[in-house]
Design a protein around this ligand. Structure first.
Ligand code: F6R
Length: 607
């Protein structure tokens, strides 16, 4: 949620930190700050608001060779200048930045106050600075290692000390940290986007590891000071992928990228000769795959809706019972692990704490959990028992779009793979492959008609409540459409199975509550048309996303957006894209900050 960057080396740390923070702003952005070493002491500058406000507060001549920076998404303590990170100790010589939550901060604070420490903020993070101060004796690394065992909760911590200048210490427990290795310079960040302008060489810390960096090298240990040798990995993302590239915002760019990102998710994974899919990284034998009796999918938010689509596909294609479950619920419900059951943890960021901890709980009880992640080297990708990367490229806009279509691409491939090991014929496999390969072009077709969705959004953006209604494999798409609209435009929206409206939601229908119906040309079409008529009979406005050539629907509804026809199981791809664009243009029409909607942050690393 929050972002961290640290730098030591020959260049001006101030500038590198501020540029890094700008790139991290998408993770959390209610306040920001930096601390740099200057003439034997530390200079801390912080502010509520955006990085541009921080920039205005920094003197142009503040040149330093080391420092740390942070963008904050408030958890403990209101959003103001004081609660922004970095936090300092009583002497002002030590500065820390922290991602995560310290659960026992109140008892630690009482202890430290009784020892004379003076606190200035309402945050849980400030206690870390005072705790390290308690143990500091001219060796920052040693003090950090003495302080860490007292902390309960999650953290990615990065700190500097004026009396141990030019060095940075970082520690990880549940919040990611990555070391960036440059030439005679080092970086430490919560996310590779902060450092890829400078280096492609990275070392990912694991939980329980501490890193001590200076410009020419780094040392990793556990908290008991046992040395750990780490592998240097290559960052695969390119700088241009984290830039807007001529688009007004990241969300539009990421929606428009989908024909390419879907292709990337399937690239190299389709075997036309055997009419099946290859997914390296599953770490399961053919026998284990054949013996599977059940699949369970855990995730949050948009990834959960992708998981719902996935569960539908697994039941429809290989005919395996599949259940999607909210990761936040799984973690605390004492889950039952059944034999021959495979779990998927689906997460764009790979850092969502609910999904990560649910996965660990399942693994602790002996379950096999595979990850479906976008961010290479993320916690879920590393700690899962295997998995599949979706290769969407960086998703910077807070609202997830291209990850959804790539995640479902992986579920199509996995369903095909399992089905071909069971009772799906060669020709039925071939047909699925042909349909899947045709999707990017169909998505492109929808995207090319953005103008129509923009006009529709201008017409409807001023309504206060919406219903999104779909059935079968498109029911999760309706949920996703409602989520997109509410999170970026702040219009209240609910998603339902259209069959459910008469069990309650139809009471909401009047002239002021439009409904968006997803109307594929499948066996449920007639039933959906009946639901539309029920809404129209109550004077509700209706927008239909329907299939080209469906003339009947045009006479029944108020507005139609036509999509190309496809195999009935593939509509989620083509239905979701107009809903993404509709939400996007509604948000623009209402003047919202599309990439950084209020109260939200990318990658939810707190519970
Ligand atoms: C919605 C959105 C969130 C995320 C959710 C899970 O647009 O972005 O609902 O989908 O927080 O995030 P990941 O996929 O990173 O686990």
């Amino acid at each position: 949620m929050c972002g961290i960057i640290g730098y030591c080396g020959p260049r001006n740390a101030t500038q590198i930190l501020v540029e890094g923070l700008k790139r991290l702003e998408y993770r959390g952005y209610d306040s920001a700050g930096i601390a740099v070493g200057l003439n034997g002491s530390l200079k801390v500058i912080k502010t509520k608001g955006k990085i541009k406000e921080l920039r205005q507060k920094i003197p142009g001549d503040m040149i330093s060779s080391y420092g740390i920076g942070h963008t904050r998404w408030a958890t403990h303590g209101v959003v103001n200048d004081i609660n922004a990170h970095p936090h300092t100790d009583c002497s002002g010589n030590l500065a820390i930045v922290h991602n995560g939550i310290i659960e026992n901060y109140e008892s630690l604070k009482n202890m430290l106050e009784s020892e004379g420490h003076i606190f200035h903020t309402d945050t849980d993070s400030e206690i870390i600075a005072h705790l390290i101060e308690k143990y500091f004796n001219d060796d920052l690394e040693k003090a950090v290692k003495e302080a860490l065992p007292l902390l309960k909760g999650t953290y990615g911590i990065v700190c500097i000390h004026a009396k141990d200048p030019g060095r940075i210490v970082g520690a990880r427990n549940g919040s990611p940290l990555v070391v960036g290795i440059g030439k005679d310079e080092m970086f430490l960040a919560s996310d590779v986007t902060a450092i890829i302008a400078h280096t492609k060489k990275a070392v990912y810390l694991e939980d329980g590891e501490v890193v001590f960096i200076k410009p020419e090298d780094f040392i990793t240990t556990d908290i008991n000071d046992k040395k750990i040798t780490k592998e240097i990995e290559q960052i695969t993302w390119e700088l241009q992928e984290i830039e807007k590239d001529g688009f007004p915002c990241f969300m539009e760019k990421e929606i428009m990228e989908q024909p390419e990102s879907i292709k990337r998710a399937m690239s190299g994974r389709i075997d036309k000769e055997l009419a099946t899919a290859h997914l390296g990284g599953l770490n399961l034998s053919t026998k284990e795959l054949i013996n599977l009796e059940r699949v369970k999918i855990i995730a949050a938010g948009t990834s959960f809706y992708a998981g719902m689509v996935g569960a539908y596909l697994l039941e429809a294609i290989p005919r395996i019972p599949a259940i999607p479950e909210l990761a936040s619920e799984v973690r605390y419900k004492n889950p039952i692990i059944e034999k021959n059951t495979l779990y998927f943890a689906v997460s764009q960021s790979g850092e969502t704490i609910d999904t990560l901890f649910a996965m660990k709980e399942l693994q602790r009880k002996g379950a096999t959990v595979l990850g479906i992640c976008n961010v290479v080297g993320s916690s879920i990708a590393r700690d899962s028992d295997g998995g599949v990367y979706i290769h969407s490229g960086p998703e910077i806009a807070v609202a997830s779009t291209k990850a959804f279509t790539s995640q479902i691409t992986v579920f199509y491939l996995f369903s095909l793979l399992l089905a071909r090991m069971r009772d799906l014929s060669f020709s039925a496999g071939e047909k699925l492959i042909t349909d899947l390969i045709s999707i990017p072009l169909k998505v492109e077709n929808v995207l090319s008609r953005w103008q129509q969705l923009k006009e529709m959004a201008i017409k409807y953006a001023h309504y206060k409540d919406f219903l999104f209604l779909g059935r079968g494999v498109n029911y999760p798409v309706a949920l996703e459409g409602a989520l997109k609209l509410k999170e970026i435009s702040y219009i209240h929206a609910e998603g339902y199975s259209s069959a459910e409206i008469k069990h309650g939601p139809i009471a909401l229908i009047n002239e002021e509550t439009p409904s968006v119906f997803l109307v594929p040309d499948d066996e449920l079409r007639e039933k959906i048309i009946s639901n539309i008529k029920e809404v129209k009979a109550r004077k509700g406005k209706v927008i239909a996303i329907s299939v080209e050539g469906d003339e009947e629907i045009k006479d029944i509804v108020d507005d139609v957006f036509e999509i190309p026809a496809t195999h009935e199981l593939f509509y989620p791809f083509i239905m979701v894209v107009p809903l993404q664009l509709f939400a996007y243009y509604c948000a623009l029409e209402l003047g919202r900050n599309v990439d950084q909607p209020r109260n939200l942050a990318k990658s939810v690393t707190v519970e």
